[in-house]
Each structure stands twice: as C-alpha cells, then as structure tokens.
Design a protein around this ligand. Structure first.
Ligand code: SF4
Length: 66
C-alpha cells in the first residue's frame, strides 16, 4: 500500500510522462498536488533548505577566518 505522499509522487510522474526532471520543473503551480510533487512534505523541503543555508553560512565564515 502506498503512503499518500508516494501516491502523489506516482501521480505526478505519470502526469509528466515519467520524467523526474519534468515533475521538478512543473509549471502548474495552482495544481493541488504541486507542493507535494517531490514526494516530501513542503515543511521538510524548507527545513532542509534552511539546514543547507546554515551549513553554507558556517563554511563561508570559516573561509573568511582563514
Ligand atoms: S503538480 Fe504538476 S506534475 Fe503533479 S499532477 Fe499537478 S500538474 Fe501534474
């Protein structure tokens, strides 16, 4: 049995002719599935983006100190 997120992911792949990149680049932002099309909760994606941002800030600060 699929989880809801996996079912959405599968539907988006079908909608995009099974092209992963097309799902990522989907231009239909008013589609109700759009926020979930990558198979992750939007809050998880934002959280990961924030973690990367913090990691980059730390790396940049490290370079400045050298
Ligand atoms: S979000 Fe995009 S790829 Fe997914 S079902 Fe909607 S239109 Fe299709």
């Amino acid at each position: 049995m699929l989880t809801p997120l996996k079912a959405i992911r599968k539907k988006c792949l079908e909608c995009s002719n099974y092209q992963y990149k097309e799902v990522e680049l989907c231009p239909i932002k008013d589609c109700p599935l759009y926020p979930y099309r990558l198979g992750k909760r939007p809050s998880t994606i934002k959280g990961n983006a924030k973690k990367h941002e913090i990691a980059n800030d730390i790396l940049i600060e490290g370079v400045k100190d050298d």
